[in-house]
Design a protein around this ligand. Sequence first.
Ligand code: AP5
Ligand code: MG
Length: 193
Amino acid sequence: MFNLILFGPPGSGKGTQSSNLINTFGLKHLSTGDLLRDEISRETRLGLEAKKFMDAGQLVPDAVVIGMIGSKLDENPQARGFIFDGFPRTTAQAEALDNLLQLKGTNIHMLISLEVPEEELKQRLLLRGAVSGRSDDNEEVIANRIVEYRAKTEPVSNYYEAQGKLERIKGVGEVEEIFGAIKGKIESFILPQ
Ligand code: AP5
Ligand code: MG
């Protein structure tokens, strides 16, 4: 099994690069943002509760997302590995993930951090907001998401750096070029399927 955390600020390309990776390596994509948006579109109780936080650019409580990830791990016992996208986003989530994986006899192999300057992030998200209409892609909420990222999420990379698992990649340039750099980092762990 190969388990990868794709890490980086809002708009750094985690979702974009995940699609390439799942196709090439046959990994199961677990994006807490996508899972939460799915709950919202189905108007579940969890979704209605999460929407308040997401629309304000704040993190959803740890217990909610940890519970969702726990269920998804249980639902996919045959997976070749997982790409965690947008999770873990706090040190408490990272510790919970390590425990969940340990119970399944596996662990996180690598965290790839996509490094993109703040101005570029804002431009990308405003552009996406204009096209896709994602409700948290407006100037005020983007600013809040970046503040939350710096305060609560960035420390997660230190947590995995202390375990010797952090790899940084420049997240600016052609999507294919960035994908090539990611492939280069993971190919010693897993081959394309
Ligand atoms: P989430 O959905 O995870 O959003 P995010 O982290 O803010 O990240 P994005 O999805 O906006 O960006 P991305 O890195 O995936 O970039 P993308 O590939 O789309 O979370 C949303 C909310 O849910 C949070 O604010 C929080 O409330 C809640 N939540 C989720 N997980 C949580 C958790 N674990 N704990 C607590 N709360 C949680 O790319 C962005 C744009 O840039 C696209 O338009 C793309 O086409 C473009 N692009 C990509 N790559 C390039 C490139 N190389 N060059 C130019 N453009 C590019
Ligand atoms: Mg995303």
